[in-house]
Design a protein around this ligand. Structure first.
Ligand SMILES: *Cc1c(COP(=O)(O)O)cnc(C)c1O
Length: 222
C-alpha cells in the first residue's frame, strides 16, 4: 500500500472518530485507534507507521513475534495490542511482546498472566473480554460470569484497563455496546475496547476508549 493511500485511509478513519466523538460530546483524543495489522506483512504496515500511526493490534502471538521486533527496531513509540484469543501456554510470550491484552476471558488465563507478569516484572494493560451475545464458540466470558472474572483479575493484581467485546455478526451492535458500557460503569472499569471497521463510529458515540480497526485501514484481508 503506497504511503499516500495509507495516510488517506488513516485520515478518513480519524475524521470519522472525531465526528462520532463530537456527537457524543466526547474528546476525539479520548479514543485510541488500534490499527489491526493481522495477516498484513511489514511492507503493508510501514506506510501507516510513516503516516504517524503508532498503536497496532495483532490476533496471534506467533505472527506478531515474526513481524514486530524488526518494525519496533525501526521506529520508537510503537504500542502493540493483542486482540485475539490467547492460550494459557502462550501467556509468557504475550506478556513479553504486548503492551495490552484484550482477550482475558477466564480464570486459568488470569493465573497464567499473573505468573508471567510477576516473573518478567512487566504488566501489560488487561482488557477482560465479554461474550456479549452469549454466543457458543465465541471467545469471552459469559455476561453472567463477568463479576467473578473482574474479582479474580483484581485479586491477581492484573492491571484491569477495560472491557472488550465483539458483538454478534449481522445484528445492530449498539445495544451490545451499551450493555458493555453499563457493565464497565457498574464495576468501575475505565476502558471500553469496542468497535471495528463496520461499526466503530457507533461504538465511539457509546463510549469506546479503544477501537480496533483492520480492513478500513489496510483493505480487505486475503
Ligand atoms: C480482526 C479483528 C478486528 C479488526 O476487524 P476489521 O473488521 O477488519 O476492522 C478487530 N477486533 C478483533 C478482535 C479482530 O480479530
Amino acid at each position: 500500500m503506497p504511503t499516500d493511500d495509507a495516510s488517506q485511509r488513516l485520515e478518513q478513519v480519524r475524521d470519522e472518530i472525531a465526528r462520532a466523538a463530537h456527537i457524543a460530546d466526547r474528546k476525539a483524543d479520548a479514543v485510541t485507534l488500534i490499527a489491526v495489522s493481522k495477516t498484513h506483512d511489514a511492507d503493508a504496515i510501514r506506510p501507516l507507521i510513516a503516516a504517524g500511526q503508532r498503536v497496532f493490534g495483532e490476533n496471534r502471538v506467533q505472527e506478531a513475534e515474526v513481524k514486530w521486533p524488526a518494525l519496533r527496531a525501526e521506529t520508537s513509540g510503537i504500542e502493540l495490542h493483542l486482540v485475539g484469543q490467547l492460550q494459557s501456554n502462550k501467556a509468557e510470550e504475550a506478556v513479553a511482546l504486548f503492551d495490552a491484552i484484550h482477550s482475558v476471558d477466564r480464570d486459568s488465563l488470569v493465573t497464567a498472566l499473573a505468573r508471567a507478569m510477576d516473573k518478567q516484572h512487566r504488566r501489560p494493560a488487561c482488557f477482560l473480554q465479554v461474550n456479549i451475545g452469549d454466543e457458543p464458540q465465541k471467545g469471552g466470558c459469559l455476561v453472567a460470569d463477568l463479576p467473578k472474572l473482574i474479582e479474580q483479575a483484581r485479586a491477581a493484581d492484573l492491571p484491569v484497563a477495560g472491557l472488550m467485546c465483539v458483538p454478534p455478526l449481522a445484528t445492530e451492535p449498539a445495544p451490545y455496546f451499551a450493555l458493555l458500557a453499563k457493565m464497565a460503569r457498574d464495576h468501575g472499569v475505565p476502558g471500553l475496547s469496542m468497535g471495528m471497521s463496520s461499526d466503530f463510529a457507533t461504538a465511539v458515540t457509546i463510549g469506546a476508549t479503544h477501537v480496533r480497526i483492520g480492513s478500513a485501514l489496510f483493505g480487505a484481508r486475503a
